[in-house]
Design a protein around this ligand. Structure first.
Ligand code: CP
Length: 312
């Protein structure tokens, strides 16, 4: 079946803006991009410029977008440390977006405020990609997470997925939950009571997805096909004493993995602190570095279909 490219010229602000069919179109495009030789995909971004503006630190998102654009024959310019831009002199987000819009064909924005990407999309003529907006969403992370599950488990349906850690402030998990609502999955949300999921942020899907909430991982972990671990987001706590109370609550180590399914897959959007022991990295269950690798390819697919109406 040929799917229509609904991504051409579009903003990627929220995963809620995309249907299951749209997500599967991106997954199929990612498969196609991965099969191409370098010279076969270098036309998709030729002569085009990606502009990135990061008001918060990033390693994977920024570099994978930049690497993806380079793989398509395009170039990147941007601000990755606002101290070295006119943002430091007080220039507004609106003016920063307007200027980047003049110099680039597509803009990748990370900003600490919820709603920042939607606002930028209203100002920009060129497409905006949300690379993280406050505690609200990180839609391309969720797309690559779903793609990773599909490739590593062979399906998304009929899996039992645990999401553990900071479910209050972790923006990736809100995009992921909205993406998962398109599939038949059982979800365990595991967090300290003070870091449980913001119920108002999932009210639209609460009755469309099978969610159970837990505080302890030890019993739940035995049931899981996928364990998605998240970092406690120190930078988003209004009070550092509250962070001190919950830091280190969960630790994935060799011992806890003894009680898991043999084919459990452990994911993490990264960066990790101490929530996954480095000793776990060598386990076949650890797929978080593969997940980061899929990120570059999925983002190359996204850029391809945003910039080209009929690339294939
Ligand atoms: N997963 C993720 O967003 O990583 P960075 O903060 O390094 O971009």
């Amino acid at each position: 079946m040929t799917r229509t490219n609904h991504f051409f010229g579009k903003d990627i602000v929220s995963i809620k803006d995309f249907s299951k069919d749209d997500l599967e179109f991106i997954f199929e495009t990612t498969d196609k991009i991965r099969k191409l030789k370098p010279d076969e995909k270098s036309e998709f971004g030729k002569g085009r410029t990606l502009g990135y503006i990061f008001y918060e630190p990033s390693t994977r998102t920024r570099m994978s977008f930049e690497a993806a654009m380079a793989s398509l024959g395009g170039s990147s310019i941007g601000i990755f440390d606002s101290k070295f831009s006119s943002i430091e002199k007080g220039e507004s987000l609106a003016d920063t977006i307007r200027i980047m819009d003049l110099y680039s064909d597509i803009i990748v924005l990370r900003h600490p405020n919820d709603g920042s990407s939607r606002y930028a999309a209203e100002l920009s003529n060129n497409p905006i990609i949300n690379a993280g907006s406050g505690s609200e969403e990180h839609p391309t992370q969720a797309m690559l997470d779903l793609y990773t599950i599909l490739k590593e488990k062979g399906r998304i349906n009929n899996l039992t997925i645990g999401i553990v850690g900071d479910l209050k402030y972790g923006r990736t998990i809100y995009s992921l939950l909205y993406g998962l609502k398109n599939y038949q999955v059982d979800i365990y949300l595991i967090s300290p009571p003070t870091l449980s999921v913001r119920s108002e942020s999932i009210y639209e899907i609460r009755n469309k997805i099978n969610i159970k909430q837990e505080n302890y991982l030890d019993e739940v972990i035995k049931k899981l096909d996928v364990l998605y671990v998240t970092r406690i987001q120190k930078e988003r706590f209004p009070d550092t004493q509250e962070y001190e109370k919950v830091k280190g609550t969960y630790k994935i180590d060799d011992k806890i993995l003894e009680n898991t399914k043999t084919d459990l897959s452990i994911m993490h959007p990264l960066p990790r602190l101490d929530e996954i022991s480095h000793l776990v990295d060598n386990s076949p269950k650890a797929i978080y570095f593969k997940q980061a690798a899929y990120g570059k390819e999925l983002r190359a697919a996204l850029l391809t279909v945003i910039l080209n109406e009929c690339p294939f």
